[in-house]
Write a protein that binds this ligand. Structure first.
Ligand code: PEP
Ligand code: MG
Length: 747
């Protein structure tokens, strides 16, 4: 570390604080600050550029450049040297600015007189706020000390910008966290909602970036780091950690104990920053690096450091999840990511959820679906922009969130919500009616479920039963393996709620993306095709058997339906079936009541099972097509991969032909067949499935209305003819032909 003139830096910060503390307008403050920095750094020019909007920087104050350029000179992000500093979030230091690549000549400023240039970003934990520049006539490189000093000043400016110290409503500058921002992410769960932001982890507000007494601040940071270390050690000693959690915590511990981290923060404090500002300065630097490292492992580690810095800030400021802030009305949860159990805790209070990360198949998405809460995922940087209480619109259909929307956008959005509510009313009026087509074919529409939160939908949606009960969700939302009695009680509640309607319980489908928090995860190169679902059940039958006992006990003498996920060959079905029969026998021997009727089926999720021997179709009491997995393996396109998951249409005629083959095989052996993938809930896809011959579809409860409404207004033979014509013509997908045909049908 180079020797630093600490007292100079501290002196400058103290003067800065006096300026900031004085009662004055934003512009006046900025002018005084540029004067002060130029004076104390002995350079001819000091300028502050702030973002006018997310893409445009504006010269907001200067000492040394022509005053008439203030609020006139603007540049795009990445344009000129100032734009480069902002884009890369790193300093630019050059003795010959005009000769530097990317230099942009701005005659109105008169800056051609100044040869040397040093610009540092004004940023706050990854949020770009502006650029601070010093320039001088003599050609020279600025020293490391000077760069550091300017960075420290920029840090204070960032905090004050964040607190709105430089903006007023008159100057048209971007007042932070007040402008409308749109986030384009992806759909996690459809639906539209309007509400107010509730941050899962609220931003820490630092109001005291400059400190007088470095020794007190050093004591504070040391004490806070000490507490942080203890808390990480406590977390690490918790019993039920999987390998990955342990790795993350080990990384936390490494950072928490890192001398370098603490030393850098102490240096920042010696330069005049408060303990909080020092944490943020290092956090900002880590974020800037984060954006630039291509290596995924390193990025994860920098993420860890980021998390750890947040924890440290909470310890220092006493701000945190338990800040005592009241949840606003109509809360919309905004978070980087969230676990399924935490989301369930919030429950139906939430109007919507917006995440920076997440994936369509993530457990949080599954829970959001069960709760029917619109969910937008991949909304990059929303946690940096949003503040608790901000007005927000969640468009789950488009995968968009509008933060602090303009009134016109909000109005249009409300129209959309009203239209959806209108449609819901129409669907509700169909609730008691059957899904019977114009030509008299009746289709059984059932619902997919998996959580207790789903149960009210059994009545509200008009479902004929539960075509798929995903039992793993009950395992996923806990932090320890549920007990048999607990499961039996839960399954009994599900069967009670179904009031005689059929519930198809799918045995545990874990592995792949569904990793139980309390089971040792396996490092598999390709988990979707790995040790999952029935493969785990057969290799380690203890859980399968326990689950069967719970199901039999929950049913008592009532009929019971079970199905096995991911069966790839006949023998797997035979083995799984014999486990069930053995448990039935055992329960009988124990004198327990057993179901009067037991249906044992298989999910057809791998192409191989479509070609299983006839004996399989004869033995299975029913088959349910798991279209999500079947499609991913048919097209070899990962259902979790945003890049490819929408690439292949379910209505692709090769896939429809394949389904046709399955329907024919089931028909030949009289095996009841249903379809329970997501596509069953999309009206046009559902229509195609019915046209091919399926008479039982299972879907999200919210899809039953739209699917029923469509089926009730079409003639199936005609839809079938449209598909056959498309095939004869050699169309790739039946979708265009079906859409054209539907447009000619009455509403
Ligand atoms: C499927 O694969 O279509 C299915 C219904 O199961 P899951 O989505 O739970 O894998
Ligand atoms: Mg599946």
């Amino acid at each position: 570390m180079p020797e630093r003139s600490e007292s100079d830096s501290r002196k400058l910060l103290r003067r800065l604080r006096d300026v900031l503390g004085a009662q004055s307008k934003g512009q006046e403050r900025l002018d005084r600050i540029t004067h002060l920095i130029a004076d104390s750094m002995q350079t001819e020019v000091c300028s502050i550029y702030l973002f006018r909007d997310p893409e445009t920087l504006e010269l907001c104050a200067t000492e040394g450049l022509k005053p008439e350029a203030v609020h006139q000179t603007r540049m795009k992000l990445g344009e000129g040297l100032v734009g480069r500093v902002a884009r890369t979030n790193t300093p630019v230091n050059t003795a010959d600015a005009p000769g530097e690549k990317g230099f942009r000549y701005m005659p109105e400023t008169g800056e051609e007189l100044f040869s040397s240039f040093l610009g540092v970003p004004i940023q706050r934990v990854g949020e770009k706020l502006g650029v601070l520049v010093v320039q001088s006539k003599t050609a020279r490189q600025y020293s490391d000390d000077e760069i550091y000093a300017l960075e420290v000043v920029a840090m204070v400016l960032a905090e004050m910008t964040e607190l709105g110290a430089f903006t007023s409503d008159e100057d048209g500058m971007r007042a932070l966290h007040r402008q409308p921002v749109m986030f384009r992410g992806s759909t996690g769960q459809e639906g539209a909602a309007e509400g107010n932001v509730w941050l899962h982890e609220p931003r820490v507000v630092v109001t005291n970036p400059v400190a007088d007494d470095p020794l007190t601040e050093i004591d504070r940071i040391r004490e806070a780091v000490g507490k942080l270390r203890v808390s990480v050690d406590d977390l690490l000693s918790a019993a039920s950690l999987d390998k990955e959690q342990k790795q993350v915590l080990e990384a936390y511990r490494m950072f928490a104990n890192s001398r370098g981290w603490l030393r850098r923060m102490e240096e920042d404090i010696h330069s005049g920053l408060s303990a909080e500002a020092a944490v943020e300065k290092e956090q900002s630097a880590a974020r800037a690096r984060l954006e630039q490292v291509p290596d995924a492992y390193l990025r994860d580690r920098l993420h860890d450091l980021d998390d750890l810095s947040n924890r440290l800030l909470r310890i220092l400021t006493g701000q945190g999840a338990d800040t005592g802030a009241e949840m606003p009305e109509n809360p919309v949860l905004v978070a980087r990511n969230i676990g399924p159990a935490e989301l369930l805790d919030y429950g139906r209070k939430l109007r919507g959820v917006v995440l920076e990360e997440g994936s369509v198949g993530s457990h949080a998405a599954i829970v959001a679906r069960a709760l029917a809460i619109p969910l937008v995922i991949h909304a990059r940087k929303i946690t940096t922009e949003a503040l608790n209480g901000d007005h927000i619109l969640v468009d789950g259909d488009q995968g968009i969130a509008h933060l602090r929307p303009e009134e016109t956008v909000a109005r249009a959005f409300r129209d959309k919500i009203a239209m959806q509510a209108e449609a819901q009313k129409r669907y509700a009026s169909l609730r008691a009616l059957p899904a019977t087509t114009l030509c008299g074919t009746t289709v059984s529409l059932q619902m997919n479920a998996g959580l207790m939160a789903d149960l009210p939908s059994l009545e509200n949606s008009g479902a004929d039963g539960v075509g798929l009960f995903r039992t793993e969700l009950q395992f996923l939302v806990r932090n320890k393996m549920p007990q048999r009695a607990e499961l039996a009680a839960l399954y009994a509640r599900v069967i009670d709620a179904a009031r005689g309607r059929r519930v198809a319980f799918r045995t545990l489908d874990i592995g792949s993306d569904k990793v139980l928090p309390y089971m040792k995860p396996n490092d598999e190169p390709n988990p979707a095709m790995g040790w999952r679902a029935i493969r785990v059940g057969l290799d380690k039958p203890g859980v399968l058997r326990m689950q069967m006992q719970a199901l039999i006990r929950a049913s008592g003498e009532r009929p019971l339906t079970v199905m096995f996920p991911f069966v790839s060959e006949f023998s797997e079905f035979q083995q799984a079936r014999s486990h069930v029969l053995r448990e039935m026998h055992r329960e009988r021997l124990l004198g327990h009541p057993v179901p009067a009727r037991l249906d044992i089926g298989a999910m057809l999720e791998t192409p191989s099972l479509a070609y299983a021997p006839k004996a399989f179709f004869d033995l299975a009491d029913f088959v349910s097509i798991g279209g999500n997995d079947l499609k991913q393996f048919f097209f070899a396109a990962d259902r979790e991969n945003e890049r490819v998951r929408r690439r292949y249409d379910m209505l692709n005629l090769t896939f429809l032909d394949f389904l046709q083959g399955i329907i024919a095989r089931c028909a030949a052996s009289g095996t009841p067949l249903s379809f329970c993938g997501e596509d069953a809930g999309r009206p046009i896809e559902a229509l195609a499935l019915v046209a091919l011959g399926l008479r039982s579809l299972s879907m999200r409860p919210a899809s039953i209305g739209p699917v029923k409404a469509l089926l009730r207004r079409v003639n199936i033979a005609q839809a079938r003819a449209v598909i056959d014509d498309a095939r004869r013509r050699g169309d790739e997908s039946a979708r265009p032909a079906l859409m054209d045909w539907l447009a000619t049908q009455g509403t």
